[in-house]
Design a binder for this molecule. Structure first.
Ligand SMILES: [Zn+2]
Length: 461
């Protein structure tokens, strides 16, 4: 991070670093931080609208809700960040939300802004004006009665007297106070991160172990099980597991001292669901998932979060770099060149032709994955597992009853109740000195089920 010696903004170095500038005036923060805050408020509105029309959403919390571009039922069409095609050339044709109620024959054009508190009135007028052309076009093209609804909340929570009225016009029950809170919390996050205050944990920090660590190194393997050499196996585990584990050990030491932090592992759905012919690659991912699941409850006792991000195939260069067990052939080349005399080769060929494309059809954009990682950094209680894409999340739900991993971690976190005093403060009661560590709370045998173990502990005490 740049260390400034004058009063100029540390991000853009152009304007004085005032609160107003940081929460709503800095060009360097517009495309990332302000956009994120804006999207959270707009997503909260979207979630309420979906609820109003009985449209199911994957997440119930506005913080986690990621709107789909189009939601449509017999009754309604809800568009999110959707560019409307118009006959006339119109500059503003992509509002945050458009709700077309087919029954009422209405269209609500909703657009959100989080400006400086002092600019809320001007912004409301500006938004209303900006979408007048689109309103007329929509009325003409879709044969509905359209209305523009500006939702403007000041970066520090100021609202105009008309906001309540605007919210009443939007479909659904919108709580103005909750939306204001969302905007203010967004601004507080921005200030903490930009000013690099303790607990803000993220990008602008640089000290090892102080904030957030993302483990993302990986190499892949694909091919016949018996043709993988020991060297290849070792290289895979070295990169995908041992390297990550070693770095994590190092970081955990720092984080435990600070009693804060967040370790993120970029895993894959293959850590939960095996894939034929990717035997050793999948094995490294299973190993990583085991590490994450075991580590999470313990680190939670130190206020350190652990998250495994489990996407499907991601549109990175990894798929291009995939070669059949180091033979220099891509899966496609291999399928084309291999004879069908060898039974396993024939199976592999069939798999590549018929089933591998199905797996690849779940492909997710790296931007979505990055967005999800960023999102979970913001959360006060990030999940232990997170699947960025809808189809992969559905798959994880089919495999796991607890697809977030939180249930398991909550159960195992009872460990904290047993040793919270020795770790976090002075032991009390009976004049006895409590043990200085978790000694004695560790299950006597490794095979014993954790929950029943804790139940026994409670009964005994
Ligand atoms: Zn600035």
């Amino acid at each position: 991070m740049k260390v400034t010696t004058d009063s100029k903004c540390r991000m853009c170095t152009e304007t004085d670093e005032t609160m107003n500038h940081l929460v709503a005036g800095c060009q360097k923060l517009a495309a990332t931080e302000y956009l994120e805050r804006h999207n959270k408020v707009a997503a909260a509105l979207h979630l309420e609208i979906c609820r109003h029309y009985g449209i199911p959403t994957a997440e119930q919390h506005p913080w986690l809700h990621r709107p789909e571009t189009v939601n449509e039922t017999d009754r309604v069409k809800i568009l999110w960040d959707f560019e409307v095609r118009t006959d006339k050339v119109i500059t503003a044709r992509r509002p945050d939300i458009i709700v077309v109620d087919k029954q009422e024959k209405t269209a609500k054009i909703i657009d959100v802004a989080i400006p400086l508190d002092k600019n809320i009135r001007g912004k409301e007028a500006e938004k209303t004006q900006k979408y007048q052309d689109l309103k007329l076009e929509i009325q003409k093209l879709w044969d509905v009665k359209a209305k523009v609804i500006p939702i403007v909340i000041g970066a520090l929570g100021a609202v105009s007297t008309s906001l309540e009225r605007h919210l009443q016009r939007a479909p659904g029950e919108h709580d103005m106070r909750k939306l204001m809170k969302q905007a203010i919390l967004g601004s507080a996050h921005i200030l903490r991160r930009v000013l690099d205050l303790p607990g803000s944990g993220r990008f602008y920090r640089s000290k090892p172990g102080s904030g957030v660590t993302v483990n993302n190194a990986a190499m892949s393997q694909f091919g016949k099980f018996e043709s993988v050499s020991m060297k290849q196996m070792q290289a895979l585990f070295q990169t995908n597991f041992f390297g990550t584990a070693r770095i994590t050990q190092e970081i955990v030491t720092h984080m435990k001292k600070r009693k804060s932090g967040h370790i993120i592992f970029v895993s894959l759905i293959l850590g939960l669901r095996p894939l034929p012919f990717a035997d050793f690659y999948v094995a490294t991912k299973f190993a990583l998932e085991g590490l994450v699941g075991s580590l999470a409850p313990v680190l939670r006792c130190f206020n350190i979060s652990v998250t495994s991000v489990e996407p499907g195939p991601v549109n990175t260069s990894m798929a291009d770099n995939l070669e059949i067990n180091g033979q220099g052939l891509s899966p496609l080349q291999h399928a084309e060149s291999s004879s069908s005399e060898d039974e396993t080769d024939a199976l592999l060929k069939t798999f590549l032709e018929k089933y591998f494309p199905v797996f690849l059809s779940h492909e997710e954009s790296k931007l979505l994955v990055a967005e999800v990682i960023k999102d979970c950094i913001y959360q006060a209680n990030p999940p232990v597992r997170i699947q960025p894409g809808d189809s992969i999340r559905k798959l994880a739900r089919e495999i796991l009853i607890d697809h977030t991993g939180n249930k398991n971690t909550d159960d195992l976190s009872e460990i904290k109740a047993s040793c919270i005093k020795p770790i976090f403060g002075t032991p009390t009661g009976g004049g006895q000195t409590a043990p200085r560590c978790c000694k004695g709370t560790v299950p006597p045998t490794g095979g014993q089920h954790s929950t029943s173990f804790f139940r026994l502990r409670r009964e005994a005490s």
